[in-house]
Design a protein around this ligand. Structure first.
Ligand SMILES: Cc1ncc(COP(=O)(O)O)c(C=O)c1O
Length: 389
């Protein structure tokens, strides 16, 4: 009765079952995987946000497939103020309810059923489902760790086939926290030109560079057809407002053709709601007060982790440049999932095993750095005690 593409394993995985059991037993749990800012006590000003949503103009319906012009102008202002991008034409932007929706539009735009998208490994676990729903095949290309993460270009070239249509970049990547370097960007553009591929670049964590240095956005990348995805779920810590976008850049004719086709995809659903679009300038402006708080929390938690790790030689953290996560390398005595379950049962601490993110081998745990600092400190102490033992 159901499509093959929805033949997912529906039963919860072993870690999820263990979490449910621990919660049902009343065990006090410290969750070091919180990535929902509204659960981590990070909250933009409720009065300002809610007032912006109560605009009487929202009673009028003006369906615009690319999104209301004022909202797209607000996105251009974000790039101008935060990333020194002074010439982003709102016509190159199309609003979506989430980055995930923007990925789906890009997959539908670029791929016939069965065609391939090159994805970094390790990376974000949602790609698999997005690809299934778009009948697209994901082909991983490795990121290698050697005093920082780098794209393995040899493997990237080998992974390309005549069915390849695009390369996904996550800038900075989740969970490795590595940005695509300037040298990698030019090599990627050359690769895309050689193979006739597009770039799909996820920049939801772009603003969270731990050293505070400005990182270039791909919205100005012009050497290959590029779709840059972002949204306010991370930029303003407002995931519940469902406002994201895709910006097209690259060779002029391809950008125009892509924009016209994307407009028809978006017109088919018209999924954007009016109150959020009207509130977009205010919602985006919330970043100015929320990002310093978040950046401070990321740095405080990372510093705390480093202090604790200095006394725990069994465990090291991998270098991280930006984003909300950190990767620990731990002794690989069994599977990472078994280790995560062990830590939960013995210490009441939730961490993610590396295999959720498709790490090449065992021996990796992923922690969120946006957790409440008190919970983070206690959770890390217990985690390291468990690994040490
Ligand atoms: C790399 C990355 N991209 C996209 C998203 C989802 O963003 P959105 O809420 O806009 O769909 C996440 C969520 O954690 C993410 O980690």
């Amino acid at each position: 009765m159901f499509s093959q593409r929805t033949n997912w394993r529906l039963a919860p995985n072993a870690l999820t079952r263990a979490i449910e059991e621990a919660r049902a037993s009343g065990q006090a749990i410290l969750d070091l995987t919180v990535s929902n800012p509204t659960e981590a006590g990070i909250r933009p000003d409720p009065e300002i946000v809610l007032a912006a949503l109560a605009n009487p103009e929202a009673m009028r319906y003006d369906p615009q497939p690319r999104g209301l012009l004022e909202a797209r102008r607000a996105v251009c202002r974000y790039y101008r103020e935060s990333h020194e991008v002074f010439h982003l034409d709102p016509e190159r932007l199309l609003l979506t309810t989430s980055t995930s929706e923007a990925y789906s539009y890009a997959f539908r735009l670029l791929c016939n059923p069965g065609e391939e998208i090159l994805v970094p490994k390790p990376s974000y676990p949602l790609f698999e489902f997005l690809a299934d729903l778009a009948d697209v095949k994901l082909v991983p290309y490795p990121l290698l760790y050697d005093h920082g993460w780098q794209i393995d270009f040899d493997s990237l070239y080998k992974a390309a086939t005549p069915q390849s249509r695009a390369v996904i970049l996550v800038h900075p990547n989740n969970p490795t926290g590595s940005y695509v370097s300037v040298a990698e960007t030019s090599a990627l553009n050359a690769f895309c030109r050689d193979y006739g591929l597009a770039l799909i670049v996820d920049e939801v964590f772009l603003d969270y560079a731990h050293d505070g240095a400005l990182r270039d956005s791909f919205v100005t990348n012009s050497d290959a057809l590029t779709f840059t995805l972002s949204g306010i779920s991370k930029i303003s810590a407002l995931p519940q407002m469902k406002l994201a976008w895709v910006a097209a850049s690259g060779p002029k004719e391809a950008v125009a053709e892509a924009g016209a086709r994307l407009e028809i995809i978006a017109d088919t659903y018209l999924s954007m709601n009016t109150p959020v679009q009207l509130a977009a300038p205010v919602l985006l402006d919330q970043r100015k007060q929320i990002q310093p708080i978040l950046l401070d929390r990321l740095r405080v938690n990372l510093a705390e982790l480093d202090v604790r790790l200095a006394a725990s030689p069994a465990c090291v953290r991998l270098q991280v440049e930006g984003g909300w996560y950190v990767v620990l390398r731990v002794p690989a005595l069994g599977t990472d999932e078994d280790l995560a379950i062990d830590i939960l049962r013995k210490m009441g601490v939730i961490v993610h095993p590396g295999h959720f993110y498709d790490f090449a081998g065992e021996g990796h745990l992923v922690l969120s750095l946006i957790s409440d600092p008190g919970a983070f400190r206690e959770g890390v102490a217990r985690l390291l005690q468990c690994i040490g033992a």
